[in-house]
Ligand binder design. Structure first.
Ligand code: HAM
Length: 491
């Protein structure tokens, strides 16, 4: 039912409007009892952001639109369907997939018991949830492969620094149900194109970590080699030697980096099918002319991978071995966080992924080979800023609508709606009466044009249009406002 027409004579309206429609003077509300800041006796502690978490303020949003729009355009272009899984999952899902001996499971999970007594975890990554969803929704019955795209927040309790947060966001692409090496290659191509189309110069680093058969033999060899150098290894690597020897290969400590130079390389231990798979992936990449660097030390920090493992790195990455001891690092944590924005993004991959052929089977699903990757949005933003990529702000107002006088304000209110319906982004400051203040505001917002509606213009059926750069003002027919704005904005 529509609203009743306004009855100007109703006693209710009459209480607020005089006989001629003017508003009555309204008494100011009586002051409440909230003490003024200077009268406060005790200082109130203001709540603060949790460490490693960030607010994404309006002036940052343009980067998010830019990246997510590009990711979506690529997802549709490569025919991926979007999937959104909950950020909270059973802890067991991540422990079983990412691996008990990994940093993520050992120390980075945001896990807690819910009211029902179940252990739940804020997802540290997306692939495990995708595998769960694949099984749970019987996606094996869909035409294979199933291509899924996702985008959203992830949580890892890590030491915050440039490009490393406790809540961060990923865009991810997963192809499930196809074992062919062309899938791996096409995912590397996609990841590369994504960064390139964002204006970033990147390289793909690639390796094969074989299958469980070739890895078993290789691990024995690797342990033997590192055992002979045990006393020179960092504390972390001494621990890894027993628990997760492959991770010794991607330690960033200077001493360990030196030792690994002589270490046996996994590619030399690949079984025939794994070797053939890897060669094919590289051939496809050569064919597509996507630059890659073979990195025999790339092993990834999650246990579910087999065969192809890859990472996307800024082309200008300068490896800088971490030299500081844990204690030193701890005391410097706060300072580091403050410097965070100014620091260039080093030693951080923008994205990574690989093949995970046994993950779905391991979770109780049918044997389903799969491959995928994820890219961190915060790291992309750091890099985009560092590279000076110009990013348009789709929310920035295009024009300003200024008004002078009560009648003009009312007419402007209606005109604003019409401009908005015509997809013109209009800023206004209807609460201000001073034209000077409104024009100042228009200047600060950096709009191209300002419309000015005053008493005289209302009477004449016109409106002023001011070019903010040149300061030239013209009178135009009020009824032609939209047409004129569209012409001048070229839309
Ligand atoms: P990941 O290498 O752990 O892989 O993470 C992928 C990307 O997420 C990283 O390259 C980085 O850009 C971003 N990232 C990770 N941790 C942080 C952090 N603490 N702060 C900021 N950004 C971060 C995975 O997560 C796998 N699920 C990728 C994958 C998909 N593998 C197969 N399919």
């Amino acid at each position: 039912m529509g609203r009743k027409p306004k009855n100007k004579k109703s006693p209710f309206r009459a209480r607020f409007f005089g006989r001629h429609g003017q508003t009555k003077a309204v008494k100011k509300p009586v002051d409440d009892n909230t003490p003024k800041p200077e009268e406060r006796k005790t200082k109130i502690k203001t709540p603060q952001l949790l460490r490693g978490m960030k607010d994404i303020l309006p002036n940052e949003q343009k980067y998010w639109y830019y990246i997510i729009n590009k990711a979506e355009a690529l997802a549709w272009g490569y025919t991926f369907g979007r999937i959104d899984t909950p950020i909270l999952e059973s802890t067991d899902l991540f422990v079983r997939t990412i691996g008990k001996q990994t940093d993520i499971i050992e120390k980075e999970m945001f896990s807690f018991e819910d009211q029902g007594g179940d252990s739940v975890t804020l997802r540290p990554e997306g692939t495990a949830s995708i595998a769960r969803a694949f099984i749970e929704h019987g996606m094996i019955n869909l035409p294979q492969p199933v291509k899924l795209f996702y985008c959203g927040p992830m949580f890892r309790y890590d030491r915050p620094q440039a490009g490393r947060q406790r809540q961060f966001h990923q865009v991810g692409f997963e192809v499930l149900g196809d074992a062919s090496p062309v899938v791996d290659a096409q995912l590397v191509i996609l990841a590369h194109n994504f960064c390139k189309e964002l204006g970033l110069d990147v390289n793909a680093q690639i390796n094969s970590i074989g299958c469980s058969t070739c890895r078993t033999e290789y691990k024995k060899e690797l342990i033997e080699y590192f055992r002979s150098k045990r006393s020179s290894l960092c504390e972390n690597c001494k621990r890894r030697l027993a628990k997760n020897p492959l991770r010794l290969l991607d330690c960033k400590e200077e001493g360990c980096v030196k030792i690994r130079e002589e270490a046996p390389q996994l590619v030399d231990w690949l079984c025939e099918p794994c070797k053939n798979h890897f060669v094919k992936v590289l051939e496809y990449l050569d064919e597509a002319e996507v630059p890659y660097i073979l990195n025999p030390y790339l092993v990834r920090g999650l246990d579910y991978y087999n065969r192809t493992a890859f990472e996307i790195w800024p082309a200008d990455n300068i490896p800088e071995p971490e030299k500081k001891k844990e204690e030193e690092i701890k005391s410097e944590e706060k300072k580091e966080e403050e410097k965070e924005i100014a620091q260039p993004l080093r030693q951080n991959a923008l994205g990574g992924g690989g093949r995970y052929d046994t993950l779905i089977y391991g979770l109780g699903g049918r044997d389903t080979p799969a491959c995928g990757f994820a890219i961190g949005i915060e790291r992309l933003i750091l890099k985009i800023k560092e590279a000076g990529v110009e990013v348009d702000d789709p929310t920035k107002p295009q024009i300003f609508l200024a008004q002078l006088g009560e009648t003009a304000k009312r007419k402007a209110l209606v005109l604003f709606e019409e401009l908005r319906r015509n997809n013109i982004r209009v800023a206004e400051s209807f609460a201000k009466d001073s034209l000077r203040q409104q024009l100042e505001m228009a200047n600060r917002l950096g709009v191209k044009l300002t419309l000015i509606l005053g008493q005289k213009e209302v009477m004449d059926g016109t409106i002023l249009i001011r070019d903010m750069e040149g300061g030239i003002q013209e009178v135009i027919d009020f009824n032609k406002t939209i047409e004129e704005i569209k012409k001048r904005l070229d839309i």
